[in-house]
Design a protein around this ligand. Structure first.
Ligand SMILES: Cc1cc2nc3c(=O)[nH]c(=O)nc-3n(C[C@H](O)[C@H](O)[C@H](O)COP(=O)(O)O)c2cc1C
Length: 354
């Protein structure tokens, strides 16, 4: 079985979530007299000049093997219908001419924000693989007809996975080159470790305009790699997988850290409802994004994905109505209350008044 296929198979059959979901440590103040009509609520947002019907992207997951084709097609079709964003999984297999159709199948769907995906380690010469060039990157973009490119940061995963690619020297410079050479906006995306303020500042200095903070609290790639290590009997990597299972900056904390920098911000990591989307927007995200919960529906069919998206949209609307808020932009000034571990992180980092 191929690596991307194993990831999906493990994600569908095992518990691969962080032991704590930090969004649950955040509440809104209920308004018993909303004084607006729910039907008049406007959930539309603008993202780099493109309209999304609500601030949402289905995050990168898969591609490169037979069954990935249906998963990607079901997701892309649903995103086109609901006018929200879609990120394809790592396109590494495209460069190996491996089941390119499982990616290019999404080309025919008119998704307002369609994001190509490559890994940051692929921008550096690794032990067994040369760095990608700008023409490779253009190919990743063209394969799905993307209007954005995500470079994912997954060094947390690389230290746990068998044969992980851990050469990262020169990574910021390599990212900067892609940002200035690519003909679409670049999103630098963490995959569970979160992005701190100093890292966001370095990315901004390299020309990056959009980051996905990809924080801890949702799917744990250490957990996924733990199960892969177990399957091949690697004791050391199993230990690493367990030790780093909950590693990372919680997504809400990452959002608070990067607020007010003039960057566009996507919030991925543990978002599990439309109320969580509202929470992410209240902490400064422009758009929220979800991966794992869509995997099951996407393996079943297009309608299952649509139904889950509609649920998230209705929950977001509900959270806005119960605060008397007419537009997503008003969520930015919503009153939020913190508790538990999220409050501890916030206070330790002195983020109260940011
Ligand atoms: C099965 C699976 C495969 C993934 N593959 C990729 C990938 O290829 N590229 C990427 O940028 N992120 C990948 N991710 C990470 C997600 O995009 C997302 O950042 C992470 O799962 C956290 O979101 P969640 O808690 O909503 O699942 C993958 C996630 C899952 C569950």
């Amino acid at each position: 079985m191929k690596r991307k296929e194993e990831h999906v198979e493990i994600a569908l059959s095992q518990d691969v979530q962080n032991e704590h979901n930090f969004w649950g440590d955040m509440d809104f103040l209920h308004n018993a007299l909303p004084d607006i009509d729910m039907e008049s609520i406007d959930t539309k947002v603008d993202f780099f000049g493109r309209e999304l019907s609500f601030p949402f992207i289905i995050a990168a997951m898969t591609g490169g093997y037979d069954d990935a084709r249906a998963i990607n097609e079901n997701i892309a079709r649903a995103c086109a219908k609901l006018k929200i964003g879609f990120g394809i999984g790592s396109e590494r297999a495209v460069f190996r001419e491996d089941n390119v159709r499982s990616y290019s199948v999404v080309k025919k769907y008119n998704v307002p924000v369609k994001i190509a995906n490559i890994g940051a380690p692929q921008l550096i010469d690794q032990k067994n693989e040369k760095a990608l060039g700008l023409e490779d990157i253009q190919r990743a973009i063209d394969t799905i007809g993307a209007n954005f490119l995500a470079i994912h940061l997954n060094f947390l995963q690389e230290i746990v996975q068998p044969g992980g690619e851990t050469r990262a020297k020169g990574i910021l410079r390599a990212i900067g080159k892609v940002v200035s050479g690519a003909d679409v906006p670049v999103i630098v995306k963490e995959t569970g470790g979160g992005i701190s303020r100093p890292v966001a500042e370095r990315l901004k200095a390299a020309g990056v305009k959009c980051i996905d903070v990809g924080g801890a609290g949702g799917t744990s790639f250490s957990a996924i790699e733990y199960y892969r290590a177990k399957a091949v009997g690697s004791e050391i990597l199993q230990h690493l997988g367990k030790s780093f299972w909950n590693w990372g900056i919680p997504t809400p904390i990452s959002l608070m850290m990067v607020r007010g920098m003039g960057l566009s911000v996507i919030a991925t990591g543990g978002v599990r409802s439309g109320v969580d989307i509202a929470r992410a927007i209240a902490l400064g995200a422009d758009v929220a994004s979800v991966a794992h919960p869509f995997l099951g529906p996407a393996t079943k069919g297009y309608r299952d994905v649509v139904s889950m998206l509609e649920t998230y949209r209705e929950e977001l609307k509900g959270a806005m109505f119960l605060q008397g808020l007419n537009s997503v932009y008003e969520l930015r000034s919503a009153k939020v209350l913190f508790s538990g571990r999220l409050k501890e992180w916030r206070d330790e980092l002195g983020l109260r008044n940011v």
